[in-house]
Ligand binder design. Sequence first.
Ligand code: FES
Ligand code: FES
Length: 159
Amino acid sequence: MQITVTVNGESRSGDVEPRLLLVDWLRNSLGLTGTHVGCDTTGCGACTVLLDGKPVKSCTVFAVQANGMTVETVEGLKSNGQLHPIQAGFKENHGLQCGFCTPGMMLVGKALLEDNPNPSESEVRWAISGNLCRCTGYTNIVKSIQWAGQQLQSAGDQS
Ligand code: FES
Ligand code: FES
């Protein structure tokens, strides 16, 4: 089937088998390997991308289901050579160790902050509850997302 998806702001088309998973299209056809595969069974969240702005586990979505939609991956976060505040947040707050969970955590965090720019610790923990991290103990991931929210808010206050 022919699909056209706006990926990180660019229109990308492909001829895909209906059974092809979105994560495999992103990684193997588009070369966007920042989207990781941990479990392949909806359990870990490493494959999380934003589909029309909402976090989805791309190992559980067929590529054909994204036809006509927008997808954002971790590669789309940076703009004009500048880290997105959510990326800067993880850097500043030691929000990662091995980094395997990090793209998914950052995309979930970005989506959360768009709905709720000033989340409490428990709201962040709820938002990332579908994403597993085997390294950090989560505390610094929570801090990273809250730090990004503060940055986005102060940027908004100045504009
Ligand atoms: S690889 Fe998709 S949820 Fe684990
Ligand atoms: S930083 Fe290693 S799994 Fe989260």
